[in-house]
Unconditional design. Sequence first.
Length: 330
Amino acid sequence: MEKARSRKIFRKVRQGNSDFALISESAEKIIPLPSSSLPEAHTQSSPSPEYLIFEADEISDYSDNNLSTQSNLSDSDSEQSNMESSASDLRGWALKHNITFSALGDLLEILNRHPNFDLPKDPRTLLCTPRSTTIEKVEPGEYVHFEWISSVEKLIQVPTADYIKIQINIDGIPLYKSSTRQFWPILAKIVEYNQVVVIGIYSGFGKPTNINNFLRQFVNEFNTIEQSSNLKLKISAIVRDVPARSFILGTKWHNGYSSCGKCDIKGEYLDNRVTFPPGNYNLRNNENFRSKLDTAHHNQASIIELLPIDLVEDVPVDFMHLVCLGVTRK
């Protein structure tokens, strides 16, 4: 009789509560179960109406089925997580090594033949390539602005409270010898990581006629970056050649009499060129540059002045034009 009773498991129905508990009379162990999906109970006369009796094998069948369902769900979630991780790793590998779309497409086709892989079939899906690109009119050509901030966030894997130094490069690139079409890319180099991201690209037959329209999106975005991102960026230098410096800062061209960006020397015309005689001259600094103290040095106000940089110290001289082409070639 005692052995038969030990195989009985009682469930107590608590007054005023929908939660249930399984009570093993022999082990005195409470096993919590949900109120739904329980096996049908066999009623049995009892002095108290608060108890329902289940056979041990019925409870065993329920437990096995429930554990099997939970195990299948857990395995499915794990497989989905592993697949997303594999896609992310493959995306990083393709970007790091500049894998072509054609080669990446062939690799995806090979991997998807394996039953354990469920990767995108199209490389553009894997690389999260935008379906459309916004092209803006910047006379006399067109300009495309990219999501460069998100690219910087992906490169900087460990968040830091310190400012991250970047160098900005702006310069013109001729595309063909037989055409005047040219690119003017805006690039950002993350100094610590030695990585370059593209901010925007202008394309047209000739350089942008208005420097402020060309740089407006970049300047506005940089000045509000701390409001839209956790990044803290600092421009350590704007790298460009001598002609591009005059164009970007709105100053006299490099062959002008008041074109020197470091002091207020006035050039002299000698041997069919503008020369700068040696002597002691007043150095330019960020304050007198922004106030345009030397009016002969400035042509127009530039939107670059809105950036939090030193317009003299953070715009270094160009070694190629000043030395290689300006002195040694002569």
